[in-house]
Design a binder for this molecule. Structure first.
Ligand code: HEM
Length: 144
């Protein structure tokens, strides 16, 4: 990924996080995107969840910046949690997740542009690909 894309993403993330309601806006959009999504979050402590999502966005930036490092142990755990043996988050829900996030950035970043949207999409796809590829568990299907 180009250093420009990473810098554009990071600067936009900073502007979004400067808005105290960034994660509120995101979860409001994401939960209303489908009853299936809302159902997955029944019983969630959102104060905690918003902090965990904030942390994972910064992890995705690190992984996108240095893909040779391989899977980050933090993301490995997040993948297990979302996989078939855990929350069972199917690929279609990641489309809703990304759409909701891009809509949120559009609302919250005063400098929003097509380039900024593209940068978010590129960095987030690193995480989405990783989580979807590991849906069945990390060690299955790799026996040659
Ligand atoms: C790349 C995309 C995503 C990232 C980076 C992400 C990140 C996270 C993180 C960091 C946690 C906290 C794990 C923990 O408790 O330690 C979490 C929990 C969760 N995520 Fe995701 N997530 C993503 C996509 C999704 C999608 C598409 C759904 C669909 C509904 C989803 C549903 C949930 C639920 C239900 C929880 C558990 C909430 C609870 O503890 O009550 N996530 N996610």
């Amino acid at each position: 990924m180009s250093p420009i894309t990473l810098a554009v993403f990071e600067a936009s993330l900073m502007r979004c996080e400067a808005r105290p309601d960034f994660f509120d806006v995101f979860y409001e959009k994401f939960l209303s995107s489908s009853p299936e999504v809302a159902g997955k979050f029944a019983g969630t402590d959102f104060a905690r969840q918003k902090e965990l999502l904030r942390t994972s966005l910064h992890h995705l930036l690190l992984v996108a910046r240095d893909p040779k490092q391989g899977p980050d142990p933090y993301l490995e755990e997040v993948a297990v949690r979302h996989g078939a043996g855990g929350l069972a988050i199917g690929a279609h829900m990641y489309d809703l997740w990304l759409d909701s996030l891009l809509e949120t950035v559009r609302t919250c970043d005063p400098e929003f542009s097509r380039d900024i949207e593209g940068a978010w999409e590129e960095v987030m796809m690193v995480g989405i690909h990783y989580l979807c590829a590991n849906y069945e568990g990390r060690h299955k299907g790799h026996k040659g």
